[in-house]
Design a protein around this ligand. Structure first.
Ligand SMILES: NC(=O)CCC(=O)C(=O)O
Length: 261
């Protein structure tokens, strides 16, 4: 089973959801032109980290994002992994992932679980309380958001449901890009899965984001690494490699959960 994965390495217009929706639409169109099965966006692409204005700019109940992603997925007949967006639900703000399949159906709905204090998320956002898995063209996938990737036990928990593809939308600042690559590669090796990290580019008032979106195979080899420019790129991944990795070294069945915790 092969999947054509499109990475939408987007520059986010700070605090301007309308401008960012229009960029998203261009990227989805490009992904469809390149026959992608799935297109993946970065973290908080609707607003960036404009956390002090969430009352006016966060997506109310995620409605605008959900209806637009559903329409676009259906129109272009592909899966859209909507990175994450700032949402406002019952007066609380969340950093939320929505994934829509080609029939316009909602496949996943996930709020970032580990809030990132260095970017003030803990002061403004409410953490999620559950994970979510979904299927892309017959492939089991799971998704976490940026800082979540530093918690191997969380990605392992999600991987125990036979995920073969782990997706990590991010706004990861340039000074820690070396750690970004090492963490993503480690998660790929230990979970014997493909890992797709989609970072934004550009700057906001506090940080610079150097892109370097990347795909690692289940052996931790890099299949593609983008530079620091806004762009869409595609890469074909062969899910049979996850079966080969798991057959060669049975990490999942060698686990000793009786000793953990
Ligand atoms: N947006 C984020 O969660 C950033 C995480 C990050 O930069 C890190 O080093 O972890």
């Amino acid at each position: 089973m092969k999947l054509n994965v499109a990475i939408a390495q987007m520059d986010v217009v700070f605090g301007d959801p309308d401008a960012n929706f229009s960029k998203l639409e261009d990227f989805v169109k490009q992904a469809a032109e390149q026959s992608a099965d799935i297109v993946i966006f970065p973290e908080m692409w609707n607003t960036g980290y404009d956390l002090t204005h969430l009352t006016t700019i966060a997506d109310e109940a995620g409605q605008q994002t959900k209806s637009r992603l559903a329409e676009l997925a259906k129109q272009y007949q592909l899966t859209i992994h909507g990175g994450s967006v700032a949402t406002n639900r019952a007066g609380k703000f969340y950093n939320t992932t929505y994934v829509f399949g080609p029939s316009g159906q909602l496949l996943a709905d996930y709020d970032k679980v580990h809030l990132f204090g260095l970017m003030n998320e803990d002061a403004y956002l409410t953490p999620g309380d559950h994970g979510d898995q979904f299927e892309v063209a017959g492939v089991q996938a799971a998704s976490v958001i940026c800082y979540d990737v530093r918690f191997p036990e969380w990605l392992r928990t999600l991987s125990l449901h036979d995920s073969r593809l782990l997706i990590v939308p991010s706004e990861w600042p340039t000074p820690r890009l070396t750690q970004w690559h090492r963490l993503l590669a480690a998660r790929a090796i230990e979970n014997q899965s493909f890992v797709v990290g989609v970072n934004r580019v550009g700057t906001d008032p506090d940080n610079a984001f150097g892109g370097q979106s990347v795909v690692y195979n289940p052996f931790g080899d890099e299949l593609i690494r983008l530079d620091d420019q806004e762009q869409l790129a595609t890469v074909v991944i062969d899910i049979a490699e996850t079966t080969a990795a798991r057959g060669f070294m049975p990490v999942f069945s060698d686990r000793r959960p009786d000793l953990y915790e």
